[in-house]
Design a protein around this ligand. Sequence first.
Ligand SMILES: [Zn+2]
Length: 525
Amino acid sequence: MRRPPAPAGNPAAAGRSKRPMRLPSTSNLVATLAGTALTAWLLLPAPLAAQAVQDQLPDMGTAAQATLSIEDEYRIGRMVMRGLRESGRILEDPELGEYLQSLGLRLSSLAHDGNRNFSFFLVRDPAINAFALPGGFVGIHTGLLLETRSESELAAVLAHEVAHVTQRHIARGLENQSRASLVSTAATLAAILLGAVAGVPTDATMGAISAAQNLAIQSQISFTRENEYEADRIGIGLLTSAGFEPDAMASFFETMGRRTQLGPDRVPELLRTHPVTSSRIAEARGRAAQEPAVVPREGLGYSLARERARVLAAPPGTDPRSFFPEVEANEPDATVAQVYGHALAQVLAGEAAAAIPTIVRLRDANPGIMAFHTLLGQAQLANGQTRAALETLERARTLAPRNIPVTVRYAEALLQAGRPKKAHEVLLDLFNNVPPTQEQVRLTAMAANAAGDVADAYSYMAEYHIMGGDLPLAINQLELALSVPGLTGQQRAKFSARLKELRDALPKERARMARPAGERPAPDR
Ligand SMILES: [Zn+2]
């Protein structure tokens, strides 16, 4: 589970983070440059930051005339994402990331605007909350995941947030905000990043970062009551089409409604932004009743993800093994998911040897569940059984070729086994076929670097920085790639083309941002 160190000799990689994001294609490169502005701010003294933000933010004009383009939304969303990443609040984990992203895509692909890029991620936070940022970023708190009682309930929350995105409620909400408040939100974030870069982050810096993010999130999810009803209505439609229980939205509202009766300090965060009234529940129920009854096929995926999140998001100082008293007491009615959660907690606590026989049993009883294969591989690796770990993961690969968590864990095992060439090869094959997360791009760079494929490593780090919106650093990495002796003609052509693209895109992007609203291309709505 430990995060691999940054590639040696590549200081740009150190301390950068970790968020699921598609590798940008050439065509939407410009759209991916949103965070570039932030890089520029980092070079400025603090008092100038607000002005710099003002210059870089999309020009909103007045609420009546302005419309945020999807690109503008993406830019703002990414700015907040970057702050969330830097503060370490995003729970980056191949198994959980894969689960949430595929559940989210199952819903969002059915939306009328399903071509839009959606990115679903988990936030390490016990508060029961979920939010949609501009640009298709949908965050689910671990607290909310743990509060749901079925996959349909989790899907209901995701479907509701997806609907806020596709109905462009966020863009409309942002337009209703004054430009000044957007600027102050962004400026706060920028100023804090300045502080964080200038030195070691202090507790005060961390507190301010978190305050700024909350501000940023809250200022972007103040939807109207009509927006909420519309998101419920469209969300229920998505839920049903995707094969989940249409009633799950109403039942999750009810669960949360009951909590508010426990006292004002027990009101879930979600309810502060999404007030649940009895009429809203009744309407959701009524709408669900019109949908055909569905008995969802619920595999183990949901319950395993839930226990995994419970363990990985355990507060510091707690022992996640104690979350599973049924397992510790050897009770026969402990569920498979509880046994899995306990075994994971054991591996993390350095008791891999004790966990291995249990995990072998789980895997042999459910060979189709990749989470058991990957946990077994990790446990064997942690226990020093490198060869066994490789065999376990190779077997999983034959059952599920190009499965993301299996391939990532296999590559980690190969790196530990001193076989970086092979690690580089399997990661490259995977990511030529599925979009990697930013962290996975970094792992690929690390494998390439360890294998002595230094130029490739630099070029992957360039992609890593593009995904993080750090264009100057990306350019720097490509320049380094091109300076490596002994490049093949193919490598040189590829790196040069990408470098040219970035150099062309940077001034265009800056010019675009600086242009007055009236001269900008028509919004794409
Ligand atoms: Zn809502």
